[in-house]
Unconditional design. Structure first.
Length: 91
């Protein structure tokens, strides 16, 4: 997918915010730790990166739950299979 730089940065910031929120509220990280984790999960990719933004194919909720509980999180914690209303309110 091709985005303008502004669109890409908007997605990047939104996904970082969502990931940090999940890591803080479900992963037990501090605010600073969750922001650092979000930066690691969602690094800036230059415009010419071949798969720029591929990480956006699943939302931050999914990637954070994988980091916290592993890839089987939806089976082992069915209550976490879908984003919570509080998480959805971030958008």
């Amino acid at each position: 997918m091709t985005w303008s730089e502004a669109e890409y940065l908007g997605y990047l910031q939104a996904e970082r915010r969502g990931y940090a929120w999940v890591m803080q509220h479900h992963g037990g990280l501090t605010s600073a730790e969750s922001e650092e984790a979000a930066l690691e999960q969602y690094p800036y990719e230059p415009e010419d990166a071949p798969y720029r933004g591929l990480v956006f194919h699943d939302e931050a909720w999914h990637w954070a739950m994988v980091a916290i509980h592993g890839y089987r999180y939806a089976m082992e914690h069915p209550e976490l299979a879908h984003p919570s209303p509080d998480y959805q309110a971030l958008a």
